[in-house]
Write a protein that binds this ligand. Structure first.
Ligand code: FES
Length: 237
């Protein structure tokens, strides 16, 4: 895909290639941007090699400037920092012609607007270096480990935006990767799909089903701030 500002726009994120969620996403992208955009959706479920190869191709063929839209709903700022650093290293003298932004695949009208607003994109030169002991080089402090199901049935039940909100709420409450807070791990199917979206919690061994934004906020407030179980949200046996 290209625009007035970019010779190439690439989209990168999980669940863009295979499975029901990908099928739906690809159909919506084709409707919003035209069928040719499907060649520019790069799936990261198996890693980033496809993205690096495609970027090299674009650099060699001079498809610049280029915008990379990160669609990972759980990516956050550290992932964007990392992507910018990788792009800077990969592009060398052409790094000033690469740009990134974080987009939401759930709202393609807003995504289309974001792509047309270069002032909302970040360059890949002078990217702040990650500190020597950044959060990816040591075990993050935490009291609870939360396993968030990204399996196909929970995803279809709306898990991804709920998990994004969970992360935001935990951060706002000062409970994301803090001594008294939560470390999040994404998983594939945890099995009680019919009760999902599934969130399991360790070391307490509680299993929660979280179905809407209100329940996300309640869980954060009662379980992780007030530190008490929330029986109404616990799964049945
Ligand atoms: S898909 Fe989430 S528990 Fe099965």
């Amino acid at each position: 895909m290209n625009t007035e500002n970019y010779a190439r726009v690439l989209f990168v994120g999980p669940d863009l290639a295979q499975g029901s969620f990908a099928e739906l996403t690809r159909r919506q992208f084709a409707e919003q941007f035209g069928a040719a955009v499907l060649d520019d959706l790069l799936d990261t479920n198996a890693g980033y090699d496809e993205l690096w190869a495609r970027l090299r191709q674009c650099l060699e063929s001079g498809e610049l400037p280029l915008l990379l839209v990160d669609l990972d709903p759980l990516g956050g700022s550290p992932q964007l920092d990392w992507l910018r650093g990788e792009l800077q290293a990969l592009a060398g003298e052409h790094a000033d012609r690469l740009f990134v932004c974080a987009g939401n695949a759930e709202n393609l009208a807003a995504l289309a607007e974001l792509i047309e607003q270069p002032e909302r994109h970040l360059g890949c030169v002078d990217v702040p270096q990650l500190p020597q002991r950044h959060s990816w080089s040591c075990i993050p402090p935490h009291r609870h480990r939360v396993l968030l199901c990204n399996g196909p049935r929970c995803t279809r039940r709306g898990a991804l935006p709920l998990w994004k909100l969970l992360r935001e709420e935990l951060k706002a409450a000062g409970r994301l990767e803090t001594e008294d807070g939560v470390h999040i791990t994404r998983t594939q199917c945890q099995f009680p799909c019919d009760q999902g979206p599934t969130l399991s919690l360790y070391p307490s061994g509680e299993w929660y089903r979280i179905r809407n934004a209100e329940e996300v906020k309640r869980l954060v407030r009662e379980r992780f701030v007030e530190e008490r179980a929330v029986p109404e949200l616990i799964m049945r046996d």
